[in-house]
Design a protein around this ligand. Structure first.
Ligand code: SF4
Length: 526
């Protein structure tokens, strides 16, 4: 262990040098921030960068940032004059888009130079790491435990318990793997973080690795997320050059090496044991559990797997303290539940579908779906009425509009199987009927099944067939019974999370849209 103050002192020296460089570069100049992300590239952000580069004068600079989550405004630029005046150029009006948001993981997205370590340091970056390195690893784990942070990948397992489990295993080396696979439709928040604040993920990784006694980390990035991989790579190189990812980080005894690996392609690769299999060069299939990865993971060594959003919350917890984090969105909100048993903080939601303002938004746990769709997304598209909301991705389900006051909370939102999952919220109107969406989710699960276990391999396509018969007006009562039976059996008997949750869209449809299903069967009409 190092002396208590040295990492913090080290960081203040590095930050002071960074601030001097920034002053020289930006002082007295107008800044043109261009938000370049995978979504804005699709609508010409690269052309905007080229045009601004051509036009900048002597007293102006261009900053390439990620996106602040306002997908509806892309491609967007923010010009900041030396006196602080801001001018935003983009589609639509952001006005109260940010009003309900609380930015922890996404803080700085769209404002800071995405990969520049000096800009991140000026934004308070790496303060959480310096604080962690001035504490014992056990104390870091206790702090994260007290914060109530749960993994943000969908399972919501308490982050500190995973770390504690891995720390206690006597086997080395140990590995940290960042799960940045995020292959499911309607969810794009980890890409957003990697593109906008890659240094925050690196900082969170370093804290997690220090707490668990790990010196080797891997970032497993979706095969199609090229911009994310590029930005992470650049940020890692810059953190290394600044002495923040190296041997004896910030003067401590802690060393961390980080390597990027690209995903093998496919939804099931986000399942953590499948991810490990593909990293080792094997087929993209899950492994039997136990043993769990914290005991025997990558190359049979203890492995901690966290996703990007989880890690991006950790710097705040270390820098501002567990109490400050636990006070945000604490769930459940009753005073009887001790803070370390609550899930607190924020959730990043990928908002899309029939809303005027689709985007990536970070909201306190407990925010309602109505607030997300109406206050943040500004309601359904003109001339259309909301008919439902698909929550959580292909492993979750669809709510009718009567459930809009449901609050987002970790895990299960309703006994019908609707879960928060990784945080997708898709607003539906009459152009995308709920049952069609359920059919698409079911077909997606069937197509993505790896085929290793029979219930999922055989059951998921049978659910699609039954839905097809019902939706085409050729269904019978027996199809409804078949759906009910298969959703239960596939969920109970499948090997991994894909199959275990494949029945959720069906169960939610039977629960909330059962009358429509029965009517289609009875009338034989679509
Ligand atoms: S549940 Fe599906 S995806 Fe998972 S192992 Fe079985 S067949 Fe493969």
């Amino acid at each position: 262990m190092t002396t208590t103050a040295s990492p913090i002192k080290f960081l203040s020296q590095i930050a002071a040098e960074a601030a001097a460089r920034r002053k020289e570069l930006l002082g007295g100049k107008t800044r043109h921030i261009v938000q370049v992300a995978h979504c804005s590239l699709a609508v010409g952000a690269d052309k905007v960068v080229a045009a601004v580069r051509q036009a900048v004068g002597e007293n102006e600079v261009i900053i390439v940032a990620g996106c602040d989550g306002t997908c509806f405004q892309a491609p967007k630029t923010v010009t900041i004059a030396p006196d602080g005046r801001r001018e935003v150029k983009g589609h639509g009006v952001e006005s109260d888009f940010f009003a309900l948001q609380k930015r922890i993981a996404m803080d700085g997205c769209g404002e800071i130079d995405a990969t520049d370590v000096d800009d991140y340091l000026a934004h308070g970056g790496y303060a959480g790491l310096a604080k962690a390195l001035s504490m014992s690893p056990e104390a870091v784990i206790e702090e994260v435990k007290a914060s109530g942070l749960r993994g943000r990948g969908g399972a919501y397992f308490p982050a500190a318990m995973k770390w504690e489990g891995a720390r206690k295993v006597r086997n080395s080396p140990k590995y940290l793997v960042v799960n940045a696979e995020e292959g499911e439709p309607g969810i794009f928040k980890d890409r957003h973080l990697m593109e906008g604040v890659p240094h925050r993920i690196i900082e969170g990784m370093a804290i997690a690795a220090y707490a668990t006694g790990i010196n080797e980390a891997y970032v497993y990035i979706n095969a199609e997320a090229n911009l994310s991989a590029h930005r992470m790579e650049k940020a890692i190189a810059r953190a290394k050059a600044a002495g923040l990812l190296c041997e004896k980080i910030l003067g401590s005894d802690f060393t961390l090496n980080v390597t990027i690996m690209r995903g093998a392609g496919g939804y099931v690769c986000g399942e953590e044991t499948t991810l490990l299999n593909t990293m080792e060069g094997y087929r993209r299939e899950p492994r039997l559990r136990p043993p769990f990865p914290t005991t025997a993971g990558l190359w049979a060594k203890p492995t901690v797997i966290n996703n990007c959003e989880t890690l991006a919350n950790v710097p705040f917890i270390m820098a501002k303290g567990a109490k400050a984090y636990a006070a945000i969105g604490a769930w459940p909100s009753d005073s009887k539940t001790p803070p370390n048993q609550r899930a607190s903080g924020t959730k990043i939601v990928s908002l899309s579908g029939s809303v005027h303002r689709p985007g990536v938004v970070e909201l306190p746990m407990g925010t309602t779906l109505r607030q997300i769709i109406e206050a943040v997304g500004n309601g359904p598209m003109a001339g259309h009425a909301l008919t439902g909301v698909a929550v959580g991705g292909p492993s979750s389900g669809v709510f009718p509009t009567s459930m809009l006051d449901t609050q987002i909370a970790p895990g299960l939102l309703h006994e019908s199987g609707v879960m928060l999952g990784a945080g997708g919220v898709i607003a539906l109107d009459e152009r995308t009927p709920a049952l069609d969406v359920v059919r698409r989710l079911a077909a997606y699960n069937a197509a993505e099944s790896c085929g290793k276990c029979t219930p999922c391999r055989e059951g998921t396509p049978r659910m699609v067939d039954a839905l097809d018969r019902i939706l085409s007006g050729k269904g019978a009562q027996s199809d409804i019974e078949e759906l009910r039976y298969l959703a239960d059996v596939v969920g109970a008997a499948s090997l991994c999370g894909l199959g275990q949750a494949a029945g959720s869209p069906i169960t939610s449809a039977l629960r909330f849209f059962g009358d429509e299903i029965a009517m289609r069967v009875a009338s034989g009409a679509r």
